[in-house]
Design a binder for this molecule. Structure first.
Ligand code: NAD
Ligand code: MG
Length: 386
């Protein structure tokens, strides 16, 4: 039985992971589950999956979680806060850790899991965007593999068929759905509900807004540059509205390999959980005759300036990626709370990127310091843009 810990169990990736795990009761057992505030949902997940440990990120909710589990007669132990998250990430009984917390908040537990030698199933792209070199060092030190859950990177992993060297690869092609506003020209008055109404995927609110601005693709280009050791000029983005081709690799001989499937995160999650074996994910089969044509178009950097800002950050070096990510998190949170216009998200990020040029981080502490300083500036910019 393979022990699996899920950091961010109450989210969209957490739910898809637990769905796949439930299909293989003889193969996986749940070792720890974590959530930030959704204490009732976490208690319900504990009743269903019986982990050894449940962690609520917000320490104020620890006693509520304890009471709920006691009422349910659960044997699950309870912890909270950063210490609890770090404990969950390093559980001795866990073979695999699914990093599914949203945002840079997932960085410390993700690093801890990698360092502890857990097989790391990485959904938390912000962690690798902020601390690519440190995370890859931690994975090497821990000695267990990192497998990408993000569907594009998972597709590339599959197309590379585990090749250790990327000699012979000409370029990576990341596909983008284009999000809910692919054909929209006027962005005035965009509401959080409209921005979160993704045509192909059901995801958490932050990544949904990132998909609407195309920042998600920008973060994914940075993620791909770390994961596959590729320079920016060898990572292309193509808009593919059907989200059937999840990404492609072009080789020097002109061959292009693509990974296809219905847009369902259970597919990349099952690939990672079972690797190197293939296990059932519960996803539907692709019906090619009903699919008809697949379409492709170039991304529009004028209507979607966030993608260009991510390129700018990648070119400027690792510290700029932290600034990009932090200011984006602040701007998206403000937009979701009704404190910032959709069109001002790129303005806030651009302003903070232009004003900060810190040196490349050499430690986790320096990553966190750059992140905190960028958040402060972004908060000030949000107030000015209101
Ligand atoms: P979500 O908002 O649905 O869930 C986020 C989870 O993180 C929740 O369990 C929440 O309790 C926890 N969390 C939030 N803030 C936290 C904090 N400060 N400390 C500790 N835990 C916290 O998000 P999601 O859509 O599941 O995405 C999770 C991650 O996976 C993101 O980094 C996202 O970019 C990535 N990802 C998601 C998808 C998808 O289809 N949802 C696809 C690819 C990559
Ligand atoms: Mg993706």
């Amino acid at each position: 039985m393979q022990g699996v810990t899920i950091l961010g169990a109450t989210g969209s990736i957490g739910a898809s992971t637990l769905d796949v795990i439930s299909r293989h009761p003889g193969r996986f057992r749940v070792t720890a589950l974590t959530a930030q505030t959704r204490v009732k949902e976490l208690a319900a997940l504990c009743a269903a999956h019986r982990p050894e440990l449940a962690v609520i990120g917000n320490p104020d909710l620890e006693s509520t979680l304890r009471d709920l589990l006691k009422q349910a007669g659960s044997a699950t132990r309870v912890a909270s806060g950063t210490a609890g998250l770090l404990e969950a990430a390093q559980m001795p009984g866990a073979h695999t850790v699914v990093a599914a917390i949203v945002g840079a908040a997932g960085l410390l537990p993700t690093l801890a899991a990698a360092r502890a030698g857990k097989r790391l199933l990485l959904a938390n792209k912000e962690a690798i965007v902020c601390a690519g070199a440190l995370l890859l060092d931690a994975v090497r030190a821990g000695g267990a593999p990192l497998l990408p859950v993000d569907s594009e990177h998972n597709a590339i992993h599959q197309c590379l068929a585990g090749a250790a060297s990327h000699a012979g690869v000409r370029r990576l092609v990341l596909t983008a759905s284009g999000g809910p506003f692919r054909q929209r020209t006027d962005f005035t008055g965009v509401t959080p509900e409209e921005a979160c109404a993704h045509p192909n995927w059901r995801m958490g609110p932050k990544i949904s807004v990132d998909s609407a601005t195309l920042m998600n693709k920008g973060l994914e280009v940075i993620e791909a540059s770390w994961l596959f050791g590729m320079a920016r000029d060898r990572i292309d983005v193509v808009v593919h509205p059907q989200s059937v081709i999840h990404s492609m690799v072009e080789f020097g001989d002109g061959s292009v390999l693509a990974q296809l499937g219905t847009p369902d995160m259970r597919t990349p999650i099952a690939y990672c959980l079972g690797f190197p074996e293939r296990i059932d994910s519960g996803s539907a089969s692709l019906d090619f005759t009903r699919l008809g044509a697949l379409h492709f178009e170039a991304p529009d950097l004028e209507r979607f300036p966030c993608l260009g800002l991510a390129y700018r950050a990648l070119d400027a070096g690792p510290a700029a990626s932290i600034v990009l990510n932090a200011s984006n998190e602040v701007a998206v949170e403000a937009f979701l709370a009704g404190r910032l216009r959709f069109t001002a998200i790129a303005g806030v990020i651009s302003e903070v990127l232009g004003s900060e040029s810190p040196a490349a981080p050499t430690s986790v502490d320096s990553v966190l310091a750059i992140d905190a300083a960028a958040r402060r500036r972004a908060q000030q910019a949000v107030v000015r843009y209101q």
